[in-house]
Design a protein around this ligand. Sequence first.
Ligand SMILES: [Zn+2]
Length: 427
Amino acid sequence: MLTQNLLSKERKMKLRWFVTLSTVPLLGVVTAFGLVPQSEFNIDTNKLAVESVVLPKVTPTTSSITSFWHSERVKRGDTVTDVLRRLGVADNAASSYLRTASAAESFRSLDGGSEVQAETDTNGNLVSLRYLDSSNAQVIIEKQGAEFTTRKLPAALEKRLFVRTGEVKTSLYAATDAAGLPEAAANQLIEIFNGDIDFHHDLKRGDKFTAVYEMTYSNGALVSTGRIQAAEFINQGQSYRAIYFNGDYYTPEGKSVRKAFLRSPIPFSRISSGFTTARFHPVLNKWRAHKGVDFAAPIGTAVRATSDGVVAFVGKQNGYGNVVMLSHQGRYTTVYGHLSRFAKGLRKGQRISQGEIIANVGMTGVTSGPHLHYEFKVDGVQRDPLRVAMPNAMPVSNSRKNEFDALADNFNSRLNLLRNTNLAKVD
Ligand SMILES: [Zn+2]
């Protein structure tokens, strides 16, 4: 009984036509500015495939026109009947086959936005039907006598490089849209450069960008927008370039574009108290230096390690209350105080990655309200994490430097060429 239920539930879930797809573009916009670990690119490939899938054109031979091709996209909430009607198919046998045959299961599992092409005879009978299934294989359903057969051509994936350039006039997204850069690539562009450019405050009219990105096709149809392979952003006249290599982005010289430290362990929070050498302490009721930054956030908010490191201390300590201290690269220490709880199993000596959740905001220790007290120490001395120049993450390793240089030369000359062409256009 249980198995039965689970199966039917799974089947229901596969009928994605009836399920809301997560294609809310605003989400992409919001996360684009988040302090997500920069190695994590949340690319909504589903959504992008939806926007520009083009199946190979199949044109009828002009000598004897006995069939017609129709192309339609599956809409959210569509039934098999709905899709067939829009495709101009009026064929009960075909409808029955597509609704019930197990060989046509992949048709019933098509996501909203998927393109379907149908060939019909002059009476609306189905001759053949084509689409890409969830594994990007080309599925061909054909009428053979009175029966229908389904065959599959395996996915033939092919990657193509595209280049887009643009100029900021009103907003960055308006510019990337105008340039025809897919949203997933636009989000990557921001993630790549947000260590150097504050996209909330530093963006200026006239800023320019170029992105070289990869698109994956199967049997000629776009499957996904992949990674940016190289990019340039010119912000207020200053040029920044990045080249993708071995899972990370580097300057053409091979330095990491990623900072070793995130500016803040909590994204989007208000700074309730900055770094000062003297301030009035509301609880102790006297003037004291505040050698950290307080981030106001509700109790329970996730606190993230600002850099790769090792747990140096986890527990209770005086005014800090529950506190985590991490040491990084030998000379840096970060401190996270007033926590409500620690990440499960967190212990001294444990290795932590940048962006990993280590604890939750609380109000333990000496504090007037829930917030995170964060300290950034260089050689044991507290520095202002919002102002100090952050070190970069590790550069390209020596053993792979030659390989990287060859790649970087190639992209660099391409970017130079594009920049010159763009300048010519502006003149
Ligand atoms: Zn504080």
